[in-house]
Design a protein around this ligand. Structure first.
Ligand code: AMP
Ligand code: MG
Length: 421
């Protein structure tokens, strides 16, 4: 890829994704896999349920014995066993007999159905009550009624969860049922965050003439953490190659999987990130036809993928959303890299310069179910407060310079849906 070529967002994204690979798997205790990505498919070792059991507290019996039973004409059966959950009985249910059974207890041999206790003359649940000698059944049932069969949920040998799935509470429950105390998941990417610029001071320092606090480092560390990846803060490098290299070498020593830096990639006299990457080889410098976020560097440092974002805070955040997010999710084994997007009806006019633009806006759902988008103020790439007010970035497609109120565009949802609607 030649230097300084203007790429579309899609082209730049494709190049970034081509430059990163899925990380290897690691084994993690089941209690710690929420949100992790499954590395290998889960093949059931057991069937679930593992044995036929009752779905109700009631009486296990032979359906044929109670075929004629009804509220006015109960059928009386001998009670020959009492089966609590967790107990196994050897009693066989012969014609004319039944066993008291609790929810989840194994069906005894001979029985093919359960009648709930509510449909007997013992409309009572509990252990202390002595086992009756006989029970009156006040309804008929079909064979199989209130019985949960072996393997109704899962059959041994079935693939239950595919590799690449993000583990939610319900997947974790299935893994527990199958006895998977340890799970093979994709390693969490460890992402080095570097801020560059002689004007930057640490967050806990008082402002002095010409200086600003490093905000990008914190924004990006939070963006990394929000993706389930591990931020490694490299702090601030000055505008010298030696300073940048020293910090990056700390990242290499820490074994990071990706570098993300901000600033130093445009055409200023002190844009040293470029120089450092050029010397490291394997580098593409691009101007992306997007707004904000035109300058972008992607290459490798010490063999580790490197994404150099622009310095302006909003440009940095939007470029991260579009490029770093995708790279980190891909490395972490995810299969979808984009935020949810919805069609929105613009409430105010938007001007663009023909680049693909990401406009800070607040999206709201109207009573008719449609979504509206209202821009949140100045769109300068240094204005962070309009980002604070926004819950979405409205995308103005490439080539479009004016969008009028009432027109429909697509919104890239930064928050979805809990904090929005
Ligand atoms: P540059 O890409 O170096 O030209 O920086 C563009 C703008 O972003 C300048 O106004 C910088 O002061 C600002 N900037 C760069 N890095 C940071 C940072 N880490 N935090 C806040 N602002 C920054
Ligand atoms: Mg600078």
């Amino acid at each position: 890829m030649s230097n300084q070529e203007d790429l579309t967002v899609e082209e730049a994204l494709a190049a970034v994704l081509a430059g990163v690979t899925v990380l290897p798997a690691e084994t993690v205790a089941l209690s710690a896999v929420l949100g992790r990505v499954l590395a290998d498919p889960i093949v059931a070792q057991d069937s679930l349920p593992p044995f036929a059991n009752s779905s109700m507290d009631g009486y296990a019996l032979r359906a044929a014995d109670v075929a004629g039973a009804g509220p006015g004409k109960p059928v009386t059966l001998r009670v020959v066993a009492d089966i609590a959950a967790g107990k196994v009985v050897t009693a066989v249910i012969e014609p004319g007999s039944a066993a008291r059974i609790m929810t989840g207890a194994p069906m005894p041999q001979g029985a093919d159905a359960v009648v709930p206790v509510e449909d007997t003359n013992e409309a009572w649940r509990g252990r202390e009550r002595p086992l009756p000698d006989a029970i009156q059944i006040r309804r008929s049932v079909q064979a199989g009624d209130y019985v949960r069969g072996v393997g109704e949920d899962i059959l041994a040998g079935q693939t239950i969860i595919e590799a690449g799935r993000v583990l939610r509470p319900q997947e974790i429950g299935v893994l527990a049922s199958l006895g998977q105390a340890q799970v093979s998941v994709v390693k969490r990417p460890s992402v080095a965050i570097l801020a560059t610029g002689d004007e930057l001071i640490a967050v806990d320092q008082p402002l002095t003439p010409g200086k600003i606090r490093n905000s990008n480092g914190y924004t990006q560390a939070a963006q990394v953490a929000a993706l389930g990846a591990i931020p490694v803060m490299l702090g601030i490098a000055g505008d010298t190659e030696a300073s940048v290299r020293a910090r990056l070498d700390e990242g290499l020593a820490a074994g990071v999987d990706l570098f993300v830096s901000s600033a130093g990639v445009s055409v200023g006299a002190y844009d040293v990130v470029k120089a450092v990457l050029e010397q490291a080889g394997e580098v593409g410098f691009w101007r992306v036809r997007m707004r904000p976020g035109k300058p972008l560097a992607f290459g490798k440092y010490g063999g580790v993928p490197y994404l150099g974002l622009p310095g302006n805070p909003v440009s940095a955040l939007v470029s991260f959303e579009r490029f770093a997010r995708a790279a980190i999710l891909k490395m972490g084994g995810h299969q979808a890299f984009e935020r949810p997007q919805v069609p929105v009806i613009l409430q105010d006019a938007i001007q663009s310069d023909g680049r693909e633009s990401y406009v800070r806006a607040f999206v709201a759902r109207q009573d008719d179910g449609r979504y509206t988008a209202t821009t949140t103020g100045s769109q300068g790439s240094h204005i962070m407060t309009s980002l604070v007010k926004a819950n979405a970035l409205v995308i103005v497609p490439e080539g479009v310079k004016v969008v009028a109120p009432g027109e429909q565009l697509r919104a890239w949802m930064l928050d979805w849906p809990e904090t929005v609607f």
